[in-house]
Design a protein around this ligand. Structure first.
Ligand code: HEM
Length: 490
């Protein structure tokens, strides 16, 4: 293959990209000129090469791969990419920490993002989940506050555990997620050994138009493994990109990480009596009631060729749903369906769906979304740009469409506050985690991790935190008190 000749941005050949053009003066000095297009292009492009980082989940790593169906679920959904054993779809994956900035360390205690874009014959389908099965809040208006309380203090620009615990003590619906984050699960060894959960409840819509509720889960074939706090802290200093590097090197070595994907399924009739855990993402659906059903296998087998182009410009969104998988009346899900494309229009520009990592592999005909900054392609030529035209070449889709969720709208419903007060039910699942899932060693580690994060926190916030966890189990409060006083043998 012939070697590329250096050029300017619009292709004009360059003798040497490392030399600007100058007019010599006495003493070896020189005058640069506005006629030096190479110099101007180089400096001005450099000044514009940063884009806003993601407002949350800024630090991440990603790779390409494929998803293969291992168990046919065409009796549950008409989603074509899930129909038929052996059916294979290209995927783009990104994992991330939540709170840290783009340059922050990978091995910090945090919820990890677990985002997958499936490129299907009916458009892109995204599962934008996390590595723990539940979330901190159930009212979307609280999401910005949650994240600000985990980020840096507006006065000092420093992380601030007063803010962190002040938010959560006044927001005890977080308690279930905090139980996960402060346990061993809060420090995964690697991306390759991390679980993934879609968290929200979706609808699977069958060929016959019937629906069931469902949740998505990913389990790493390597098994879930975790780091100790000491290892994680050391690694955060030694190699801030440890997880990113581990994923990239493993793929380069041919050790392709694999996850099995499962669903849990709830019949609509069960949902009617199941209570608020149906759509409340601070709760799980216990496996004993809703067993995992294997669906397929995701393998990551290709590193990005260019991190910025393929991973930084990737735009995952819970609003990317293909026919056969639909949204539900979970206010968090609905708010996210708005928030992600909005963030991406700001971060990547209005035509971000035309960027390589987001471009659908199937034909796209959306002639009412055209023009705008950085339009690529032929922009629908002269096709009508208004609806209801008899001149349009477009036809309507015959695929099974979204099933409405108005079975949940109460008759005579009026707008009101989305206030689900925290009550005893919110402590049942965290209590089960503490008593039935954690062993003695894990309980001690959990208490040590939480109390370490409370060091230096205002006494009243420490006490409020102890009170919150005592509602999970009084023993937790006692262990925390003892540890904080430094008198416990934990
Ligand atoms: C109302 C609640 C939420 C809002 C408003 C929200 C908003 C956002 C926004 C604006 C981004 C940046 C998107 C971008 O610039 O590309 C983001 C990223 C992300 N969020 Fe959320 N989020 C919410 C809840 C959640 C929940 C419940 C989960 C897990 C189920 C989650 C998982 C993620 C992940 C994985 C990313 C990173 C995606 C990537 O790798 O590009 N978020 N979120």
């Amino acid at each position: 293959m012939s070697k590329p000749v250096y050029t300017l941005a619009e292709g004009q050949p360059l003798p040497n990209p490392s030399l600007s053009t100058t007019l010599p003066t006495f003493g070896g000095g020189a005058v640069t000129t506005l006629g030096d297009t190479l110099l101007i292009e180089t400096l001005t492009h450099f000044n514009r090469e940063r884009i806003p980082e993601r407002v949350v989940h800024a630090k991440g790593s990603g790779a390409w791969g494929e998803f293969r169906v291992t168990n046919d679920i065409s009796h549950l959904t008409c989603a074509k990419f899930l129909n038929g054993v052996g059916k294979t779809s290209k995927v783009l994956f990104r994992s991330s920490t939540t709170g840290g900035e783009k340059g922050s360390a990978d091995t910090v205690r945090d919820v990890r993002g677990f985002a997958v874009k499936f490129f299907t014959e009916e458009g892109n389908h995204d599962i934008v989940g996390n590595h723990v099965p539940v979330f901190f809040v159930r009212d979307p208006v609280r999401f910005p506050s949650l994240n600000r309380s985990h980020k840096k203090h507006p006065a000092t620009g420093l992380p601030d555990m007063n803010m962190y615990w002040d938010f959560h003590c006044n927001q005890p619906e977080s308690v279930h997620t905090l139980m996960h984050v402060f346990g061993s699960r809060g420090l995964p060894t690697s991306v390759r050994s991390m679980t993934g959960f879609g968290i929200h409840t979706f609808k699977l819509v069958g060929h016959d138009g019937r629906f069931r509720y469902c949740k998505f889960h990913f389990k790493p074939v390597l098994g879930f493994s975790t780091m100790t706090p000491d290892e994680a802290t050391r690694m955060a200093g030694v190699n801030a990109d440890f997880h990113n590097q581990d994923l990239s090197l493993a793929i380069a070595r041919g050790e392709h990480p694999v996850w099995k994907m499962y669903i849990q399924v709830m019949e609509p009739e069960q949902a009617e009596t199941y209570g608020r855990a149906v759509f409340d993402i601070t709760k799980v659906w216990p496996h004993k009631d809703f067993p995992l059903i294997e669906v397929g296998e995701m393998t990551l087998n290709r590193n990005p060729e260019n991190f910025f182009a393929e991973i930084e410009q990737a735009a995952f969104s819970p609003s990317n749903l293909v026919p056969g998988i639909a949204m539900t009346p979970d206010p968090m899900l609905q708010a996210r369906m708005f928030a992600y494309p909005d963030a991406q229009r700001y971060r990547l520009g209005v035509n971000y769906t035309q960027l390589p990592p987001n471009r659908a592999i199937c034909p796209v005909y959306a002639p009412y979304e055209r023009d705008g900054m950085a339009t690529m392609g032929r922009n629908y030529g002269g096709d009508p740009n208004y609806v209801r035209s008899t001149l349009t070449p477009g036809v309507f889709s015959q695929s099974v469409q979204e099933v409405r969720h108005n079975e949940w709208l109460r008759s005579g419903a009026v707008l009101g506050f989305n206030e689900i007060l925290v009550d005893d039910e919110d402590f049942v699942q965290p209590r089960a985690l503490w008593n039935n899932v954690f062993d003695e060693a894990e309980r001690r580690k959990w208490v040590a991790n939480v109390t370490a994060s409370l060091e230096g926190v205002l006494p009243e916030i420490q006490q409020a935190t102890i009170a919150m966890f005592s509602r999970v189990e009084p023993q937790i409060g006692q262990m925390m008190e003892a540890q904080l006083k430094g008198s416990a043998r934990l």
